[in-house]
Write a protein that binds this ligand. Structure first.
Ligand code: NAP
Length: 259
């Protein structure tokens, strides 16, 4: 049985992941980490599950096999580098985590030989979307590349982690360095760059469109998440996949999905 502690257990994604863990015969929800304001909510949501605030993370993880972080960029950046020292494997779904925190996490993994998996998006469709972005970018040299992400109006980071992962994938195969966030004023598109545009509206779960445009044609690919369950189900598979790894590495969802 895999003992799982979820950080951000009161959040939109965290609630759904906790529910799926409770229904999954392979795992137990042994703890929930909530922000100090959410402490009582955590206890009410998950009766019998230890709910602790950010200061009590170490004791909450004492018997855990996997800690899943679904919090905020600041909270995750502060916490995740210290998780391998607790001898717990880690799944990070929180987006916009500091690069410095990711570097420290990788060092801690090497030292302790514990394992982690980090993904800005756990859905199968988005992981395939990233692959398609790569393929189109390498097959359509010289085409203009524009990327649009649309999310609900409460989203904390912008552009989305999913959009930025698509940008990194396309940069890696094209060598394009310049990224232009939004277009305002008189600046024209000159030379090689990737345009990124974020819309924040209503309750949109997450839409991403990439546009490759030449002079005579345009190729567009769109992924739409219609329910957070697409992410939550992928997250549970990531927990199962990472639980007994001991290799000191930071893994990606691509490995879980064999893409
Ligand atoms: N990887 C993926 O597939 C995927 C998909 C969707 C979203 N995400 C990312 O997952 C993260 C959570 O998204 P969401 O929509 O669930 O956000 P949300 O509804 O705002 O939930 C955030 C959670 O973080 C907790 N929290 C806030 N500050 C904290 C702190 N200092 N220490 C511990 N916990 C703290 C909140 O607790 P309180 O309620 O107590 O404040 C809440 O449980 C975001 O980074 C989002 O971009 C990833």
């Amino acid at each position: 049985m895999i003992n799982v502690v979820v950080g951000g257990a009161t959040g939109k994604l965290g609630r759904m992941v906790c529910q799926l863990i409770l229904e999954d015969s392979r795992m137990d929800l042994t703890g929930a980490i909530v922000s100090s304001q959410g402490g009582n909510v955590g206890k009410e949501l998950y009766p019998g599950v230890v709910a602790c605030g950010p200061d009590a993370v170490r004791s909450c993880l004492a018997d855990a096999d996997v800690y899943v972080d679904l919090t905020t960029p600041d909270a995750a950046s502060r916490l995740i580098p210290s998780i391998p020292d607790t001898n717990t494997n880690l799944v990070v779904g929180t987006t916009a985590v500091d690069e410095e925190a990711v570097r420290s996490l990788k060092e801690a993994l090497k030292k302790t030989n514990n394992s982690a998996l980090m993904s800005a998006n756990f859905s199968l469709g988005v992981n395939l979307f990233w692959r398609l972005c790569e393929m189109m970018a390498s097959s359509l040299p010289g085409y203009d590349i524009e990327l649009i992400d649309i999310h609900h109006n409460q989203k904390k980071d912008s552009p989305s982690g999913t959009a930025m992962e698509a940008v990194r994938a396309m940069q890696a195969v094209t060598g394009i360095e310049a990224v232009r966030h939004g277009r305002e004023g008189k600046a024209e598109k000159r030379g090689r760059e990737i345009g990124v545009h974020s819309l924040r509206a209503g309750d949109v779960v997450g839409d991403h469109t990439v546009i490759f445009a030449g002079n005579m044609e345009r190729l567009e690919v769109t992924h739409r998440a219609v329910s957070r369950e697409a992410f939550a189900r992928g997250c549970v598979e990531a927990i199962n996949w990472i639980a007994d790894k001991r290799d000191g590495e930071l893994h990606s969802m691509r490995e879980v999905l064999n893409l």
